[in-house]
Design a protein around this ligand. Structure first.
Ligand code: HEC
Length: 142
């Protein structure tokens, strides 16, 4: 019996971290804001895919265009749902700003004709913002 109990305790200790609650901070947004944010996220992924393929072909024009589209001026202000800014924590703003600024840098350096090895390194550094934010936040609706 004691032995069985021991196994049960061991099992619970082993399994509990796997089913632990999502520790990420909820970023509470309206349904429209959530849809907008996730749409922007899919564009990030889409452009990273296009940039990676273009780097493999040394097609710097595509790298520049795709990176610029994800940069600070890539999204028209009119497309952004109202009152989004007010909900953003400083950490959120910093990571989103870091990602956008990174894409702007990639666009500029691609325009200058940098080697793909340098550009892929910059993309990796830019993506630290993606990883950090995904580890910190999950979306929740109001
Ligand atoms: C400031 C925070 C932040 C940054 C920066 C960020 N993301 Fe996200 N992303 C999120 C959140 C929050 C979600 C929703 C996660 C959840 O609710 O589980 C998300 C979801 C996604 C999704 C899923 C989209 C869907 O339709 O479900 C993709 C893909 C994604 N992000 C890609 C990226 C990429 C690539 C980057 C970097 C270029 C990036 N994200 C940068 C916060 C961020």
């Amino acid at each position: 019996m004691k032995r069985v109990a021991g196994w049960i305790v061991a099992g619970v200790l082993f399994v509990s971290p796997c089913v632990a609650q999502d520790a990420r901070e909820p970023a509470v947004r309206t349904e429209a804001q959530r849809a907008f944010i996730l749409g922007q996220m899919r564009l990030f992924l889409q452009s990273i895919q296009a940039i990676t393929v273009a780097l493999g072909k040394n097609d710097l024009k595509t790298v520049e265009d795709e990176a610029a589209a994800r940069g600070r001026k890539g999204t028209p202000v009119s497309a952004i749902p109202p009152s989004m800014k007010a909900k953003e924590t400083p950490a959120w703003t910093a990571m989103m700003g870091g990602a956008r600024a990174g894409f702007d840098d990639i666009a500029r350096v691609a325009h200058e004709g940098a080697p793909p090895s340098e550009l892929i390194g910059m993309l990796g550094e830019t993506m630290r913002n993606c990883v950090a934010c995904h580890q910190s936040y999950r979306l929740a609706t109001e």
